[in-house]
Every structure is written in structure tokens, then in C-alpha cells.
Design a protein around this ligand. Structure first.
Ligand SMILES: *[C@@H]1O[C@H](CO)[C@@H](O)[C@H](O)[C@H]1NC(C)=O
Ligand SMILES: *[C@@H]1O[C@H](CO)[C@@H](O)[C@H](O)[C@H]1NC(C)=O
Ligand SMILES: *[C@@H]1O[C@H](CO)[C@@H](O)[C@H](O)[C@H]1NC(C)=O
Ligand SMILES: *[C@@H]1O[C@H](CO)[C@@H](O)[C@H](O)[C@H]1NC(C)=O
Ligand SMILES: *[C@@H]1O[C@H](CO)[C@@H](O)[C@H](O)[C@H]1NC(C)=O
Ligand SMILES: *[C@@H]1O[C@H](CO)[C@@H](O)[C@H](O)[C@H]1NC(C)=O
Length: 308
């Protein structure tokens, strides 16, 4: 066993490792939230061959004034902990309002994240915590070809700004890239092409009473959904999938089973995507809730790919 570990495994040669794209938008203070952050760090350590792309999202991202934001002491130890682990990459959240947000604001947001270096945290040592970021996550991208020029320039801008960092530039349209914008696959490291619920049931709401999984207009996740991304291995290898609300029914609440989660994760890994995530509820809490806890999702991702 030990000597064969030195040889490249056939599966690794055939395709890249499918990583986790973790939308941990949870403010890292308080018992519940820090339990989630600790579970993430434990999962990163438990699976050293599994890449973790962790979206850092403090209050919907830049512009920050000052930069880094005054909230940084709360975040510093967690970003530093991820930066200490070679299989974790930190990526900064920027929303784009369907690719219409002012271009100068967007490039300034990229620059703000690129400027993060060290933080004192709650200490008096200015370099106590390494808070650099490795990449960018652009949310609310619209891949309508009329916006291709702006999406192209923005992606190139971020690629250049983060060229030496080794983390991905991820675009999130949440749906399949529209015909005419396929050239984005040549620029981005990954495009989140499927962002949807697992459950078919409605009723769960966000603050403001917004339905999380509305009937009509969205396709609940099933193991056949990754096939909708087509068969081009290059594009699949630059695609991400994120599935939230992983429960059977909301009211009365019935949890999803671990075996269906495993089947779903198997389908995503088999598709050969860049990265994925499943979460039991949303992105701001419940990362230790069963069945789609960070612990279980990471364990399946590693086990299915024979990774340590
Ligand atoms: C696209 O970029 C151009 C030039 O940078 C800018 O004038 C325009 O406002 C941008 N459009 C959108 C929708 O952001
Ligand atoms: C500040 O913290 C860094 C990182 O822990 C450490 O390497 C450095 O020695 C510290 N500097 C001082 C002056 O304590
Ligand atoms: C994109 O960048 C190119 C090259 O810098 C520039 O000519 C073009 O005007 C830009 N387009 C938009 C929409 O910003
Ligand atoms: C949702 O409905 C589809 C189609 O009927 C079914 O295949 C899938 O298993 C259902 N998902 C859940 C979570 O019940
Ligand atoms: C597969 O996708 C890549 C990247 O978009 C593209 O360059 C290539 O032409 C595609 N291959 C086919 C057969 O369509
Ligand atoms: C999410 O977490 C909250 C607080 O811990 C808990 O009350 C709730 O039941 C959880 N929801 C799900 C769907 O796991």
C-alpha cells in the first residue's frame, strides 16, 4: 500500500479531483456558528487530498470601508486556519446583480480582496493572522450573450489580480451557461451551472418570507440532473453544482436519508465536475445538521474518489 502511494493512481490521471465549493456564508461568532467553522476545519484535516474552495462572505462582500473591514478580527483566525491548510483555498464573495453592477465597483471589489495580507485579529501583532485570499466567487452572473463582453473583462481582471494565488475564479449564474457565452469556460476556473434545492416540497422561507424552493421555475436535484450539463469533459471539469435544502419535506419536516445523499453525491462526482456542495438547509447556518453536514459531504466526496 505504502509504495503504491508514490505512483500516480489511474483515476487521478484520467480526471482531476472533484473538490468541495463550500458556501459558508456564516458570520463566525457564537457557539453555533463556530461549531460549523470548526467542523469545516476538521473536515479539511480529515481529507488532506480533497480540495476545499471556501467562499468567504462577510456581509455580502465589498465595498469595505475600511479595508479589510472592521469585522476582520472576528474572521481572521478562521481565514488564517484555512490558509494554513494546503488543501483549502479561500475565495472572496462579490455579487454582480445579474452582471449589471457598475464595472468600476466590481474591479475595486476585486482589488480590495487582493489587498488582504495580514490581520492583528484581537492581538497587537499586525501579522498574527494570514488573511490573504486565493480567488474570487462572482455571484449573480447573467450569461446572456449581451453581457459577454463585461463578463469576459471582469473574469480576466480577477484572473490577473489573483494569478499568483492558486485559487479559482468562479462565476455563479446558477443555471447553465447560455448559448453564445461558452467562451467563459476558457476564462473562468469554474462556473456554477446548477444551484438548486434537493427537496420538492415548498414552505421553507428566508427572512422576508421569500420562498426558498418555489414550485415552478426550478428543477429539484435528482441524480440525472448533472447529465443536463452535457458531455464536454472540459466544460464539465469547469462546472460546479450546489444543492441546498436537502430534506424530504418541509412541513411536516422529514429529513432526507444519508443513502440518497450518497447517491446524489455519486452522480455529481461521476459527472467529473470541478466542485460541488450539498447543504441541509441554506448557506448561513446548519453546516453540522444531518444528513448533508460538512462532515458527511466531505466523507462521501473523499470515499467515492478513493482519497485520503
Ligand atoms: C459594461 O462595461 C462597460 C464598459 O466598461 C460599461 O460602460 C457598462 O456600464 C458595463 N455594463 C454593465 C451592464 O455593467
Ligand atoms: C506575530 O505573529 C506571527 C504569526 O504568528 C509570528 O510569526 C511573529 O513572530 C509575531 N510577531 C511578534 C512581534 O510577536
Ligand atoms: C473589455 O475590454 C476590452 C479590452 O480592454 C475593451 O476594449 C472593451 O471595451 C471592454 N468591454 C467592456 C464592455 O467593458
Ligand atoms: C422529487 O421529484 C422527482 C420527480 O418526481 C423525484 O425523482 C425525486 O426523487 C423527488 N425528490 C425528493 C427529495 O422527494
Ligand atoms: C469543449 O469545451 C471546450 C471549452 O469550452 C471547447 O474549447 C471545445 O471546443 C469543446 N469541445 C467540443 C467537442 O465541443
Ligand atoms: C437549522 O439549525 C437550527 C438551529 O440550530 C435548527 O433549529 C433547525 O432545525 C435546523 N434546520 C435544519 C433543516 O436542519
Amino acid at each position: 500500500m505504502k509504495s503504491s502511494a508514490c505512483l500516480p493512481a489511474l483515476a487521478t490521471v484520467a480526471s482531476a479531483t472533484v473538490g468541495l465549493l463550500v458556501p459558508l456564508y456564516e458570520y463566525p461568532t457564537g457557539t453555533t456558528a463556530t461549531a460549523d467553522w470548526n467542523a469545516l476545519i476538521a473536515a479539511v484535516d480529515a481529507h488532506p487530498q480533497l480540495p476545499f474552495y471556501v467562499v468567504i462572505n462577510d456581509g455580502n462582500g465589498p465595498p469595505f470601508s475600511p479595508n479589510p473591514p472592521s469585522s476582520m478580527p472576528d474572521w481572521a483566525e478562521w481565514i488564517d486556519a484555512l490558509n494554513k491548510r494546503s488543501n483549502a483555498k479561500t475565495i472572496g464573495y462579490i455579487y454582480t446583480t445579474q452582471s449589471t453592477r457598475d464595472y468600476a465597483t466590481l474591479t475595486a471589489a476585486v482589488d480590495q480582496y487582493a489587498a488582504w495580507t495580514y490581520s492583528a485579529g484581537f492581538t497587537t501583532n499586525a501579522t498574527a493572522y494570514d488573511i490573504h485570499l486565493d480567488g474570487i466567487f462572482f455571484d449573480e452572473i447573467d450569461t446572456d450573450p449581451t453581457k459577454l463582453a463585461n463578463n469576459t473583462n471582469l473574469t480576466k481582471y480577477a484572473k490577473t489580480a489573483f494569478a499568483s494565488r492558486g485559487g479559482p475564479i468562479v462565476l455563479n449564474p446558477g443555471t447553465a451557461v447560455e448559448s453564445g457565452s461558452e467562451s467563459l469556460f476558457d476564462l473562468a476556473d469554474s462556473i456554477l451551472q446548477i444551484e438548486t434545492c434537493y427537496t420538492n416540497s415548498t414552505g421553507a422561507t428566508d427572512p422576508g418570507n421569500i420562498l426558498r424552493c418555489p414550485t415552478g421555475g426550478y428543477k429539484p436535484f435528482t441524480p440525472s440532473l448533472p447529465a443536463s450539463l452535457g458531455t464536454n469533459a472540459t466544460r464539465l471539469g469547469k462546472s460546479s453544482i450546489v444543492v441546498h435544502d436537502v430534506y424530504q419535506t418541509w412541513s411536516p419536516f422529514e429529513a432526507a436519508s444519508l443513502s440518497s445523499l450518497e447517491t446524489d453525491i455519486q452522480s455529481v462526482v461521476s459527472a467529473g465536475v470541478h466542485s460541488f456542495y450539498f447543504t441541509t438547509y441554506g448557506y448561513t447556518a446548519n453546516f453540522t445538521s444531518s444528513p448533508a453536514s460538512i462532515t458527511e459531504v466531505a466523507a462521501y466526496a473523499a470515499q467515492i474518489q478513493n482519497l485520503s
